[in-house]
Design a protein around this ligand. Structure first.
Ligand code: HEM
Length: 487
């Protein structure tokens, strides 16, 4: 903490000394408060403005700084400078979160966890805004607001409604894989340290020759995977709503720095069109036997933020924060996200959000011609604010940031191009069959506990039919468990 705030006289926001911080100014000892008491007015007015809009999703979270270290030579796949040599270190900031809960919600709940990493690279900040699950509920961004409406509070009841949740999922069979994840053991991690992270989408890496690869990221926890059962989570959420946040902060304070091994799967661009399923489908994983994971780095968290509001609440992450050598893929969900985050930041934190200490580049400088706006810090002083200019201002490089994607056809509301094994159920069934019997039992119990709260039989039947299509036995067991609970 800075000395300025531990010693010296108290002042107003404008720096004038405060004589009395206990008694408001009144007209006489028993009289009403005076408008000339600007200290009182300043304090009340500032307090009224302490909250900014919370994130519309992932409102509840915790963050920490750390270091990413390259452990393998990947220069034949990407020219990104921060990945350019074994041993190279880059500062990171990672924010973990839950998705559906609002700012004050408990941590120990069944919900995906956000895993958003900001790499402060010398070529600008690179954000990988992922989750603790490799897949997602939907595959078209047009459905995202509807999906989230079903996860948040109902406009009439003011509560999360099982009817809405299951109505949407049962009518969106592509969610079956992610729902199987969510209700399995990994659906409630014991802490942020004891879970994996994933970039989830397919991204593009481009090397110095302009050759491109499709890439998926995995962050494997070195703390080991640890989860909570529904009963353990229910008890913990009531006892310690801040359990995940506290665990992360205290572990770092103790010097037990959490570490993740960073791995990638790489697909040569030419293989995408003929792959057995759409490699840009966010509801599917690329099986390891098709594209083995390669270890490329180590991510360690080793420093807590000093101020939660400034560094965690005001932190902004965006899939459009890319660096040369890393680009987007045609995954429609990713394309939608390239717009959504910057827009959310301008609304939530303001047009100059990227200038805040946690958000601005740390290993280089931003040299844009963007100026002014609320809370502009004047960093450009008198420099010209247009380009081209004859005064030595920053200029475009002319070097492509990544490799273009070949496209064809007619504009329209198309489904993604068909691949031989596109299907919404195969990987959900595989995940179910992979689970040991005791986990299958917990999965069925968790699903039945939620689904049995739905008021309409047609929604329940439709949901069960989806699980049955993933695996006959899965659907049958769930049906029996729901019937037993509904009597
Ligand atoms: C946060 C939109 C899908 C991970 C957010 C925010 C928005 C948003 C508006 C709040 C941003 C802010 O206020 O700073 C969307 C849309 C999606 C989508 C439109 C789909 C079209 C996903 C997916 C993932 C994801 C697929 C993970 C693979 C996150 C994370 C955060 C977040 C981790 C929190 C970032 C932080 O810690 O600040 N999303 N999202 N989202 N989203 Fe998404």
């Amino acid at each position: 903490m800075t000395d300025q705030f531990t010693a010296g006289p108290l002042t107003t926001e404008a720096g004038a000394p405060v004589a009395d911080n206990q008694n408001s100014q009144t007209a006489g000892a028993g009289g009403p408060v005076l408008i000339q008491d600007q200290l009182l007015i300043e304090k009340l007015a500032h307090f009224n403005r302490e909250r900014i809009p919370e994130r519309v999703v992932h409102a509840r979270g915790a963050g920490a700084y750390g270091t990413f270290t390259v452990t393998a030579d990947v220069t034949r796949y990407t020219r990104a400078k921060f990945l350019s040599g074994i041993g190279k270190e880059t500062e990171v900031f990672l924010r973990f979160s839950t998705v559906a809960g609002s700012l004050g919600a408990a941590d120990a709940v069944r919900d995906p966890r956000g895993f958003a990493v900001k790499f402060y690279t010398e070529e600008g900040n690179y954000d990988l805004v992922g989750n603790n699950t490799p897949v997602f509920f939907i595959k078209d961004p047009l459905k995202f607001p509807d999906f989230i409406h079903t996860q948040k509070r109902d406009p009439y009841t003011g509560s999360q409604e099982p009817d809405n949740v299951w109505d949407f999922w049962s009518l969106s069979p592509e969610s079956t894989h992610q729902v199987t994840w969510l209700f399995g053991d990994r659906g409630i991690p014991a802490s942020y340290r004891h879970m994996d992270g994933f970039g989830s989408h397919t991204f593009q890496w481009t090397n110095a020759e302009g050759e491109a690869f499709w890439v998926k990221y995995h962050f494997k926890t070195e703390q080991g995977i640890r989860n909570l059962t529904q009963a353990e989570a229910d008890a913990l959420a009531g006892k310690d709503p801040d359990s995940h946040q506290r665990d992360l902060r205290e572990a770092i304070e103790r010097g037990e720095y959490p570490v993740w091994t960073v791995q990638v799967q790489l697909m040569p661009v030419a293989e995408a069109a003929g792959y057995r399923f759409n490699p840009f489908d966010l509801t599917k994983v690329w099986p390891n036997e098709d594209y083995p994971r390669i270890t490329i780095g180590r991510l360690e968290l080793n420093r807590n933020p000093e101020n939660i509001f400034a560094e965690v609440e005001q932190s902004v992450f965006s899939p459009h924060h890319l660096v040369p050598g890393i680009g987007p893929s045609p995954d429609k969900m990713l394309q939608g996200r390239l717009f959504a985050y910057g827009d959310a930041h301008r609304y939530r934190v303001g047009v100059n959000a990227d200038q805040l200490p946690v958000n601005r580049p740390h290993a280089t400088e931003a040299r844009s011609h963007g100026r002014d706006g609320l809370l502009y810090d004047g960093r450009h002083r008198g420099a010209k604010n247009y380009e081209p200019n004859s005064f030595g201002g920053p200029f475009q490089t002319g070097a492509a940031l990544w490799t273009g994607t070949e496209v064809g056809g007619v504009t329209g509301t198309h489904a993604a191009p068909a691949h031989a094994e596109d299907d919404d159920f195969v990987q959900a069934g595989m995940l179910y069959r992979l689970m040991p019997e005791e986990e299958k039992e917990r999965l069925i119990e968790n699903l039945a506990g939620s689904l049995s709260q739905v008021s309409r039989e047609d929604i329940i039947d439709r949901a069960i039919a989806n699980f049955r299509r993933a695996d006959e036995n899965y659907g049958k067991r769930l049906e029996a468990a729901v019937q037993a609970l509904r009597g």
